[in-house]
Design a protein around this ligand. Structure first.
Ligand SMILES: C[S@@+](CC[C@H](N)C(=O)[O-])C[C@H]1O[C@@H](n2cnc3c(N)ncnc32)[C@H](O)[C@@H]1O
Length: 239
């Protein structure tokens, strides 16, 4: 038997993905306000998605309609605005941060939304284990954590392996809408999608969408704008 220092899996320059998969987030519970905690308790049965296996989306939403997935919705401000403005489609939000989920639940109730459901957990897990094939007409990834340090780039959500996970869950012609205020991540997103023949850039090859973006502003976006960042939007259609 080899000693731990001889075992290549223990070399410090190599992440041990068997023990701890590379995630796009760090669990930080944050403080739930009393209102958020009460909203989670009261409104989760109405809007929350709990499933051991593949989710029956028609049953979940009580109808058959096009479905939009919003990954990492933050406090849900933009997600609720989009769901309210687009009642013909169903919106599924996924977020790991409980205070954000609590905030979103309150706002969903205030808007009386029937076409919104929330999944509390990792989007990668949701896609891998719980979403049926060909079930999503659109996916939004607005201001994903940019993980600016090079050694953390592997934590970024948007990369080829993520697209491979996503594509089977999309309907033909589905739309992928990405936005970021982190220029270097924007260029990496662009390079990743332009290199993938399954996607057509709706702004033209190699181009970002011209402003203003066709979506509501988000909380993180406002923060970026206040810091003087430029916002980059990309929209692709699945061939
Ligand atoms: C920078 S914030 C942006 C939030 C929101 N989209 C906005 O623009 O205001 C990124 C969010 O993605 C969430 N997140 C990161 N990785 C995730 C994952 N794998 N699954 C679900 N949520 C994730 C984080 O908890 C965080 O709230």
């Amino acid at each position: 038997m080899s000693s731990p220092s001889e075992n290549p899996a223990n070399r410090s320059d190599r992440p041990n993905t068997l023990l701890r998969p590379t995630r796009s987030f760090v669990r930080r519970e944050g403080r739930l306000t009393r209102g958020q905690a009460a909203a989670l308790e009261r409104l989760w049965p109405r809007y929350g998605v709990e499933s051991e296996g593949v989710i029956d989306l028609d049953q979940l939403f009580g109808r058959n309609a096009e479905r939009v997935l919003d990954i990492g919705f933050g406090n849900g401000e933009a997600l609720v605005a989009m769901a309210a403005a687009d009642p013909a489609r169903d919106y599924l939000g996924v977020e790991v941060h409980r205070p954000g989920i609590g905030h979103c639940l309150r706002s969903a109730e205030q808007h009386g939304l029937g076409n919104l459901r929330l999944f509390a957990g990792d989007a990668v897990e949701l896609l891998r284990a719980h979403l049926p094939e060909r079930s999503l007409a659109a996916v939004h990834l607005f201001f994903p954590d940019p993980w600016p340090k090079k050694r953390h780039h592997k934590r970024r959500l948007l990369q080829p392996a993520f697209l491979d996970l996503l594509v089977p869950r999309l309907t033909p012609g589905a739309i992928l809408h990405l936005a970021t205020d982190w220029e270097e991540y924007a260029l990496a997103m662009l390079a990743c999608l332009e290199a993938d023949a399954r996607w057509v850039n709706l702004a033209g090859r190699g181009a970002f969408l011209p402003p203003p973006p066709p979506r509501p502003r988000t909380k993180f976006e406002r923060r970026g704008l206040q810091r003087g960042h430029t916002v980059y939007d990309l929209r692709y259609r699945l061939v």
